[in-house]
Design a protein around this ligand. Structure first.
Ligand code: PLP
Length: 427
């Protein structure tokens, strides 16, 4: 195998004709595989089935401070669940709110409230600002971008590096433009690249000047315990760094048990300063009298503490590691020598992000779809669904079995090769 860019036009054409035939054969196989959404596999969900058996009727009546989990009350969650999440997120218990099953829901509500009412340190509700903008490290999580788009919040792309977002640009923009109100971050094993922000990046987030007095960092720590290797990444605590210099009111941390227990029936959490939370709780108390405390109790009884969660995640790792290795090994074998795409082998998280040659991602995804393999839509990892280079594709290896993944990856690599050849031949 020699790099495609070193081939003559004739060699490229011969290669393309050969691969066209292989592609037609794949089409004939009638594949039906999905590598598009980051869902846990049934095998992973089975790991938490014990949670359905941990509670007895007497447990439910005995929350830590004698409260009855069946009844109304405890808007911000049962104390035991708050303690569990405080430990996981490295914050104080009174800095945690336990919500329903979805952290995305909590993030959506946070932005909605900011639009309607602002934060406690806002001069006015965001809807009354002339313009509201946000910073979007990209590639990133499509559903973050969808929330901004829904509210008409202008999104500004921030390139990612192996250390995290381009902090020179973040600092410059946040310091000079007061309409920039927040930034979306997935600081650990980012979706989709699996990048963990460096200590220096976290410190710069804590230190940076912001023109908006109510600037917020949406620190979506969705993958904080989702390690895939013996050498997990380490993320510095943003809250601690901010507290050292008095900027902690900008911190809003989110996390959930969706990919620890059950996506449909996990528990989500949010952490922020007491001042931020008490302002929000007033509004939350109009919205609900409280979330599902019986489910919160189930999680605490099942995991006991943060250590219990870490041990449980080792079981997930056993299921996931071979899948990630399969994806990476097929890429190494089929694509690396050709020098037509780049990717990063993550130490954790749910995705592998691949960059094709410029202008090829849409074509690769379309070719895969035509032959029966659904990938995340090209462009989805960028604000407004527009990848400026049309190069990023998110691979979600968690749901299919290892053998399905192998088939899907063979086709995926074939499609990358075909799209690259088309590009090189047609210019
Ligand atoms: C970065 C990130 N945040 C949040 C979520 C959704 O979390 P939840 O199920 O808690 O709403 C996902 C799901 O893929 C995600 O990748």
């Amino acid at each position: 195998m020699i790099p495609y860019k070193q081939m003559t036009a004739e060699e490229l054409l011969t290669e393309k004709n050969r691969l066209d035939e292989a592609y037609q054969e794949f089409k004939g196989q009638g594949l039906k595989l999905d590598m598009s959404r980051g869902k846990p596999s049934p095998e992973q969900l089975d790991l938490s089935m014990g949670m359905l058996d941990v509670l007895t009727s007497s447990d439910v009546l005995k929350c830590e401070d004698g409260l009855d989990a069946r009844n109304y009350g405890l808007l911000d969650g049962i104390p035991e669940a708050k303690e569990l999440y405080a430990e996981i997120l490295g914050v104080r218990t009174d800095e945690v709110i336990i919500g329903g099953n979805s952290s995305l829901n909590m993030m959506y509500d946070t932005i909605t409230r900011a639009m309607m009412f602002g934060f406690y340190d806002s001069p006015r509700p965001w809807k009354d600002e002339r313009k509201v903008k946000c910073l979007c490290p990209a590639p990133g999580y499509d559903r973050h971008f969808a929330i901004s788009e829904l509210f008409g919040i202008e999104m500004i792309n921030i390139p990612m590096s192996p250390q995290g977002p381009d902090m020179d640009l973040v600092e410059k923009l946040a310091a000079e433009d007061e309409s920039i109100k927040f930034i979306w971050c997935v600081p650990m094993y980012s979706n989709p690249q699996g990048i963990t922000y460096s200590d220096e990046t976290v410190r710069r987030f804590a230190r940076m000047k912001t023109a908006a007095p109510d600037f917020k960092i949406i620190w979506d720590n969705a993958y904080c315990v989702h390690h895939l290797t013996q050498t997990p990444d380490q993320l510095l605590s943003l809250m601690d760094e901010c507290k050292k210099i008095g900027t902690e009111s900008r911190v809003f941390i989110f996390a959930s048990m969706s990919k620890i227990s059950f996506p449909g029936a996990g528990i989500a959490a949010m952490a922020a300063t007491k001042e931020n939370l008490s302002f929000l709780k007033k509004q939350m108390s109009i919205q609900t009298i409280g979330f599902d405390k019986i489910k919160q109790l189930r999680h605490v009884k099942f995991f006991h503490n943060a250590q219990g969660v870490y041990e449980h995640m080792q079981k997930h790792r056993k299921v996931l590691e071979p899948k990630f290795q399969m994806v990476l090994s097929v890429l190494e074998r089929e694509i690396k020598p050709l020098e037509i795409a780049e990717w990063h082998a993550p130490n954790g998280g749910y995705f592998i992000s691949l960059d094709t040659m410029d202008g090829c991602a849409k074509r690769v995804v379309a070719l895969c779809r035509e032959a029966g393999v659904v990938m995340t839509e090209a462009g989805a990892t960028y604000p407004y669904g527009k990848d400026p280079h049309d190069s990023n594709i998110r691979i979600a290896p968690t749901y299919p079995s290892v053998s399905e993944l192998e088939q899907a990856m063979e086709l995926f690599c074939l499609c990358i090769r075909l799209a690259s050849l088309e590009k090189l031949l047609l210019g």
